[in-house]
Design a protein around this ligand. Structure first.
Ligand SMILES: NC(=O)C1=CN([C@@H]2O[C@H](COP(=O)(O)OP(=O)(O)OC[C@H]3O[C@@H](n4cnc5c(N)ncnc54)[C@H](O)[C@@H]3O)[C@@H](O)[C@H]2O)C=CC1
Ligand SMILES: CC(=O)C(=O)O
Ligand SMILES: [Mg+2]
Length: 555
């Protein structure tokens, strides 16, 4: 039997059982649905009950993906109504698991695939979407070389772009009809994938060097030319490429690197809140970053800038930053230091008597007595009891941010960090975790994940039509997030709860749009910015009735 596709197969406009009988007649789908006509509330209640019956988070991920493929409004209705519960499913940490088994689970996809072997197809791949120059606000692209903390996942990494976009819409109301997810398939060095019969990507090693650079340049040029208003979000590129691509293109394109800039800004927010709790100054902070890659050095840059704003000289601020990577404390005698670590390398003679040879984390902590310790290493349990105890022995209220994702990579579980520091450490983690009860106090653990910030940043960028994402816009976003933290209570979290994320994103967007205007990069002004942000936020409700026989596009 061959059945003509109908609006029921168009995820962007499908309402399923919510189509009225008159609409069914008008759309030529009489007899294709059971008799009952439901409200969105009723559909959402059934879908949520079905979701709850799924046996694992991975099954919930696949179930939600199915809903997303059938009915976009219903999918986002579920996400918005159950944000705290479902963010960890559609995003971190479950998305990591989904990526690992993506090729075997493959059913349908909402992404654009750009193969490095076919640069001639880049433009036609975008054109196949059938979207005009004014139709796209945001593109999230990943080449999946460094997915979360789980490494190189080739085309399987497509779902990080999809997951990041789901958060943009659920958390900040970015219109899901106006976004595009992209995977750059540059090959993979993951042997597991190359040897897997089900792998769906290019079966060759990662292409690097000139060919890679030219492909990324072509992506940027084509995306910006076809969709001149779009914010070009880069996600989970390898450390050698992430910073370079951003730095080389920041002046030419509306580009944003989430791992560097988004993560740096959410850490700034957590530290702003922490310093309000301790009453200390930025200029007096001592920062140790464990894992000096894309995220770690992005964070170091923003904290360094904050110290300078607070009166430290560039050199004084630099003297208060210590990077630790695989080779131990980063010192200036190390050969082949990557360019992003060089600015913070310590003079070898300054630390020569700390240890014979490699200087490890514990030794560094004992000497430096850091006020802030960041984990962006992907090394699970690297912050041992000894490390946390040394940290808490050094200062009264250290800020401790184990940021690695997914949960299997976190440097220390917050429950251990609270206990080992005897409640002294101000802790936030990259993963969602429950509050911790210790010694009669309930410690709330903020989620120091860029997802708490980038949705509002993106919304503010779109509403203001900012030509670039400036440092002031990032800072404004961080301050806006920190402004929503109630620092008064013992055990207060360093960041607002995920449950408030939609309201938080609106607040962040307003601050970002204002900063864009002050910086002179805004191309749109609004008599009432608060109202403009509110109106720009897409809501998961059924809207205009689609016209009969309208072409089904972007399915
Ligand atoms: N919470 C958040 O918002 C974010 C968290 N992250 C997490 O941070 C981690 C790192 O991400 P990226 O910076 O993108 O990756 P990356 O690969 O650029 O950086 C990781 C760094 O850790 C270093 N490293 C590896 N083993 C180490 C060891 N034993 N000791 C010290 N350093 C070691 C690597 O050499 C590298 O420089 C990931 O787990 C990622 O999920 C990243 C971005 C945002
Ligand atoms: C959160 C995020 O962007 C990462 O872990 O890479
Ligand atoms: Mg990332």
């Amino acid at each position: 039997m061959s059945v003509k596709p109908t609006i029921l197969q168009d995820r962007y406009r499908n309402r399923g059982t919510a189509f009225t009988l008159a609409q069914r007649a008008q759309l030529g789908i009489v007899g294709r649905l059971p008799a009952a006509v439901e409200t969105l509330d009723e559909q959402a209640a059934r879908a949520y009950a079905q979701l709850r019956q799924q046996p694992s988070n991975m099954h919930r991920y696949l179930y939600l993906n199915e809903v997303h493929n059938q009915n976009q409004v219903l999918y986002y209705r579920l996400l918005v109504d159950h944000l705290t519960e479902l963010l960890p499913i559609v995003y971190d940490p479950t998305v990591g698991e989904a990526i690992e088994q993506w090729s075997s689970d493959f059913r349908d996809s909402r992404a654009v695939y750009l193969s490095i072997d076919h640069p001639e197809d880049v433009e036609s791949s975008f054109r196949s979407l059938g979207l005009g120059a004014e139709d796209v606000d945001l593109i999230v692209v990943s080449d999946a070389q460094e997915i979360l903390g789980i490494g190189d996942w080739g085309v399987n990494g497509t779902d990080i772009s999809i997951g990041k976009l789901a958060v943009y819409t659920a958390a900040a109301g970015i219109d899901p009809d106006r976004v595009v997810a992209v995977n750059i398939d540059a090959g993979t060095d993951n042997e597991l994938l190359l040897n897997s019969p089900s792998y769906l990507g290019n079966r060759h090693a990662r292409v690097t060097g000139k060919r890679y650079d030219e492909f990324v340049a072509q992506y940027l040029e084509t995306a910006a030319q076809l969709f001149p208003n779009a914010l070009l979000h880069f996600e989970d590129f390898g450390p050698g490429n992430a910073r370079r691509i951003l730095v080389e293109n920041a002046k030419r394109y509306r580009i944003f690197n989430d791992d560097m800039q988004g993560t740096g800004a959410i850490v700034m927010a957590a530290v702003f809140a922490g310093l309000r709790m301790t009453g200390e100054r930025w200029a007096d902070q001592r920062l140790v970053v464990f894992g000096a890659g894309t995220a770690g050095t992005g964070i170091a840059d923003q904290i360094h800038a904050a110290m300078v704003r607070d009166g430290a000289s560039a050199q004084e601020a630099k003297d208060n930053v210590w990077l630790i990577d695989k080779q131990g404390l980063v010192t200036d005698d190390m050969p082949d230091l990557p360019d992003y670590q060089q600015p913070y390398s310590r003079r070898k003679d300054e630390v020569a008597d700390w240890a014979d040879g490699r200087i490890d984390l514990l030794t560094t902590i004992r000497h430096v007595k850091p006020t802030i310790l960041i984990g962006t290493s992907t090394v699970a349990s690297a912050f041992t009891r000894e490390v946390v105890e040394a940290l808490a022995a050094g200062v009264e209220r250290p800020i401790l941010l184990p940021l690695s994702n997914p949960t299997s990579r976190v440097e220390v579980m917050p429950s251990d960090a609270v206990q080992w520091s005897r409640g002294k450490a101000l802790v936030a983690a990259g993963i969602p975790v429950d509050p911790v009860d210790y010694d009669g106090v309930t410690y709330f653990i903020g989620q120091a994940n860029n997802a708490m910030l980038y949705p509002g940043l993106g919304l503010g960028t779109i509403v203001s039509g900012a030509e670039h994402v400036t440092d002031s816009m990032l800072l404004a976003a961080a301050e806006a997030v920190a402004g929503q933290v109630d620092v008064g209570k013992p055990g207060a979290a360093l960041l607002p709860p995920v449950a408030n994320l939609r309201a938080l994103s609106a607040t962040v967007a307003i601050a970002v749009a204002q900063a864009a205007a002050v910086d002179g990069v805004a191309t749109r002004s609004h008599a009432n910015l608060v109202e403009a942000v509110r109106e720009a936020m897409w809501q998961p409700v059924y809207r205009d009735l689609p016209q009969p026989n309208e072409a089904v596009e972007r399915s």
